[in-house]
Structures are given as C-alpha cells and as structure tokens.
Design a protein. Structure first.
Length: 263
C-alpha cells in the first residue's frame, strides 16, 4: 500500500475536508510535536537525544536501580529544558481545534506543552516528566527541585519525605508498564471513533509499541488517518493521507482552513 504524500504548502483538499467533516479528532502526538519548541526528539539524525545519549543507561528501570544519580542528572536537565520553552504554533492550533471539534489527545510526550497551549490531554502514555514520585513507596513528590541547565554526570535525587527513598521522574522507562489509566483513556478515545472521524498522527516515528499501534487501531474503527511529519515513518504506509511538513507549519494551516470552511 502506498499513501499519497503532499507537502505543507499544498495542504490537500481531502485532508481539510476530512478534518472538517469529523465529529471527533484523535491526536496521537510524539516528540516531533515539540521539536519546534526546542525540545529535541529521540531519533532524528544528528539532533535526536538517542544519538548523543544511550537509552539503555538512562531510560530503563535497570539503569535507575544501578545508578539513580546518573539517571536523575539527565532527567533534571530535561525538566529544566522543558520548563524554559513554550508551546509552538502546532500546539496552539490543536488547542484551537479543540474549540471547533471534539478533540482527544493521546501523547507519547512527557512534556506539558499541549496543556500549556490550552488543550486537555486525555493520556500521557509514556508518563509525565513533572509527575515526580518516590521510586520506593510511590508517594507523589510535589516539592520544588533544583534543575540544572546542562546534563549532569550525576545529581542526587530528592529524598522522599515519607520513606527516605529516591524520588524519580514520572516517565515510563523501557521495560516498564504503561500507566493503566492513560492506556485506558487512549483505547476509549479510539473506540469512540466512527467512520468520518479523523486520527492526526503528529511527529512520531511509529517505532515504540504499543503507541505505534494506535494509528492502525484508529483506522480499524473507520477513522481517516492523517500523518503530519517531515519524514517517512514506519506508519506512513498505513495512513490514508501523509502531509510532509512540520507540526508548527501544517497544523496552523490545517486548523485555519477548517475554521474558514466552517464559517
Ligand atoms: P522519535 O524521536 O522516535 O520520532 C520523532 C519523529 O518526529 C520523527 O518521525 C521525525 O521525523 C518527526 N519530526 C521531527 N521534527 C518534527 C516536526 N517539527 N514536526 C513534526 N514531526 C517532526 O520520537 P517518538 O516517536 O515520540 O519513549 O518516540 C517514541 C518514544 O521513544 C518516546 O516517547 C520515548 C522514546 O524512547 C520513552 O521514553 C518511553
């Protein structure tokens, strides 16, 4: 199966018509959604985090058990990075779309940029950087933490006031279960889709499961699946439409076209 590709400056009529005709829009976003805010993706050549850092040393439960300060130093820097950036025009366009259609967002991103743009997020399937909790007793940790402006070789994690354990970021590491409530919220948003609805798949390489399976599940419900991504991905071929452009270019143009057509 090959999917017709178009570029952002030539947003195809069928894509606008599909979103315009939808009652519900499911947004499945990945790291590319936040790239133009200045948050690096994981796998982009040269700029992706996994080009410079080793996920096995930083993003696994084993890595944490081995050396909490090593892992904490990296996540504390990422928290600092995210705190210092703003939602981009793509996030803002999706917030506007939420006022025009029923929108559910399920993101793999651990940042809070959709929320800061004004969207309700149904699910953070890979957790949230800022949802700190004790790694031992699980109690949430709400106190302010020191955030370094550069990746640290090692930084002692805060101590849990309840049990003295180490506080960890609220992200999902490789080998861990996804948060049940977020998976359930995503699955029910997919179940709610009907023929004529749309799934917008924005800025994900479609490599990490189960999130990489959500576009196909949306398609099976009869939704029109539209990928927005400057590059081909593992899921491009299963999409009905592919728009080759960035989130901050394509989404504002798409939402403006839907808004204008609604008038
Ligand atoms: P990846 O880094 O794997 O893929 C990012 C995708 O975004 C690529 O397909 C890029 O082409 C695309 N992209 C880059 N810039 C873009 C832009 N400005 N607009 C739109 N798209 C753009 O990121 P994810 O697919 O989100 O998991 O990665 C999935 C998971 O792997 C992450 O959630 C993380 C990582 O390991 C965990 O931490 C558990």
């Amino acid at each position: 199966m090959t999917t017709p590709e178009t570029t952002a400056d030539a947003l195809p009529e069928e894509v606008v018509a599909a979103v315009r005709g939808a009652r519900r829009v499911l947004v499945l976003s990945g790291a590319g959604m936040s790239a133009e805010s200045g948050v690096p993706t994981f796998r982009d050549a040269q700029t992706g985090l996994w080009e410079e850092f080793d996920p096995a040393q930083l993003a696994t439960a084993e890595a944490w058990q081995e050396d909490p300060p090593f892992v904490w130093g990296w996540y504390a820097w990422r928290m600092h990075l995210v705190r210092g950036v703003d939602p981009n025009a793509g996030h803002r366009a999706l917030a506007e779309l939420g006022r025009l259609r029923e929108v559910a967002i399920s993101t793999q991103n651990v940042d809070d940029l959709h929320e800061r743009a004004g969207s309700d997020v149904a699910a953070h399937v890979h957790g949230s950087l800022f949802a700190l909790r004790c790694a031992d007793c699980g109690v949430p940790y709400a106190q302010e933490v020191d955030l370094p402006s550069e990746p640290q070789e090692r930084l002692t994690p805060p101590e849990c006031p309840a049990c003295g354990g180490h506080v960890r970021p609220g992200v999902v590491w490789f080998g861990e279960m996804l948060p049940e409530a977020d998976v359930a919220a995503t699955e029910s948003a997919i179940d709610a889709l009907e023929p004529g609805d749309v799934a917008l798949v924005v800025g994900t390489s479609g490599i990490v499961f189960p999130a990489a399976g959500y576009p196909a599940m949306a398609r099976a419900e009869g939704a029109t699946v539209i990928e927005i991504n400057p590059l081909e991905t593992d899921i491009s071929d299963m999409c009905h439409h592919v728009v080759r452009g960035t989130a901050a270019e394509v989404l504002p143009a798409l939402v403006a076209a839907v808004r204008d057509a609604d008038r």
